[in-house]
Write a protein that binds this ligand. Sequence first.
Ligand code: UDP
Length: 376
Amino acid sequence: MTRPKVLVVFGTRPEVIKLAPVLPALRKAGLRVSTCATAQHRALLDSALEAFGLRPDRDLDMMRAGQAPEEVIARVLRAFPRVLEKERPDMVLVQGDTTTAFAAALCSYLRRIPAAHIEAGLRSFDFSNPYPEELNRVKIDHIADIRFAPTRLAKANLSREGIREGVFVTGNTIVDALQWAQSRPAKAPRILKEIPPAARVILATLHRRESFGKPLARMLGALKTLAGRRKDALIVFPVHPNPNVRVAARSLRRSRIRAIEPLPYFEFIGLMRRAEFLLTDSGGLQEEAAALRKPVLVAREATERPELLSAGGGRLVGTDPARIVRESCRLLDHRKLYLKMSRARNPFGDGRASRRIAAFLRWHFGLGQKPAEWAG
Ligand code: UDP
C-alpha cells in the first residue's frame, strides 16, 4: 500500500513559519508530504523558506505588483487544479486566513479532495477586520473536512456556526516554530548592535490592508509623537514591503525611530526578545509575544485573538493615535502594569501542536491509534 500523501500549500511568510514544524512531524508520522508555494508574497515568503531550509516542490510564483485579493484568487483557481492533477494528494493542508489558503481549499473541494485547516476557528466577527482574512478563514472552515483549532475558544466559535464534527484542539504551531528557533544558534541582527544598551525598545509593525491610507498614516503619526516625547525609548519599525506601507513609512525619519528592512525570522526573534513591548497589527506577532512574555499593544479595531486580552498579555488599543501614545506611555511608566502583562499566561499553545496534528492525521489515514486526548 502506498503511504497517504498530504499536499501542504502556502503563500506568505506567516504560513511558512507556522507550517515549518508541521512538515517534519507529518513525515515522521509516516505520511508522504509534498509542498506547493503560490508565492502570494514573493520576498517575505522566500525569506521564511530560507530560514527553515525549505524548498517547495511546486512554486506557482504568482505575485504581481499591486495585486488585489481577487486577482490572487483567480490565479490560484487557474493554476492549482493542475498541481492537484500532478500530485494526486489524499489530502490538502492549508494554514490560517490567507487568500492562498482560501483559494486552495476551494479548489480541493471542487476536485473532491479532502482539505484540512490549521488555525481554524479564530473569529473577530467583523468581515472588515481583518480584511479580507476574516472572510477567508470563515470560508475555509466551512470548506475543510478537518479543522485544527488552536484554542478551546476557536473550537467553540466553530461549534456556534454548526461545525462540530472534525474539530480538534491542538495549540498554535507558531509556538512550536518559536521553540524550534530558540533552540538553535542564531545570528544577532545588525540593528541590535546599533541600539544603545539603555534604550527602551518598542518594536512596532503595521501592515494590515484595512489600515492602508488614513488609519496607517495616523498610527505612524503616533509613533512620531511617541519618539518626540520619550527620550528613553527607541522605536524599531521593520517596514513591510507592501507599497502602501513603504510609501507611508517614508515619513518616519526621526532620531528615535529606526525604520528597517524586514528581518529573517530567526533574527527577528532576537529583536523581539530585546524589545520592552510590541505595538502591532500582526496576528503572528501577538502569538509570539505571548509565548515570549512580551506585552503587546494591538493596533486594530477588532481582534480574532481575544485569548491574548483575557490572559492579560495584550491590550486592544485600536488605531487612534492619541490612545496609542497614551497606552504606550502607560506601559513605559507603570512598572506594575508592565510586570503584570509580562507575567500573563500564554494561551496559544505548548509547542506540541505539530505533533498533535501529525498524530491525528496518522490515525485518520489508518496508520495508528487515535491520540488519547481525542479518544473520548
Ligand atoms: N516576521 C519576521 N521578520 C520581520 C517581521 C515579522 O520574520 O521582520 C515574522 C514574525 O515573527 C511572525 C510573522 O513574520 O512569525 C508574522 O507575519 P505577518 O505580520 O506578515 O503576518 P500576520 O501574522 O499578521 O498574518
